[in-house]
Design a protein around this ligand. Structure first.
Ligand code: SF4
Length: 64
């Protein structure tokens, strides 16, 4: 699993952080979401896919 974020689309809504804090983070010194791990383990797939669905601007792409 590989995660890509369209940083141009991200509006820092933070839904992804609520869904998968192991993978996404919002940091004070950044205007876009921070991906802590862009190749997370399979056990986080459900959380990551939920984060992608929850993103209001569909900025998260999950590749197999
Ligand atoms: S939910 Fe989408 S818009 Fe919000 S911080 Fe995450 S990637 Fe960015």
């Amino acid at each position: 699993m590989k995660i890509e974020v369209d940083v141009g689309a991200c509006e820092m809504h933070g839904d992804c952080v609520m869904e998968a804090p192991e993978v996404f983070d919002l940091q004070d010194d950044s205007d876009v979401v921070t991906v802590l791990n862009d190749t997370p383990p399979e056990e986080l797939r459900a959380k990551v896919e939920s984060a992608a669905r929850m993103c209001p601007v569909s900025a998260i792409l999950v590749k197999d």
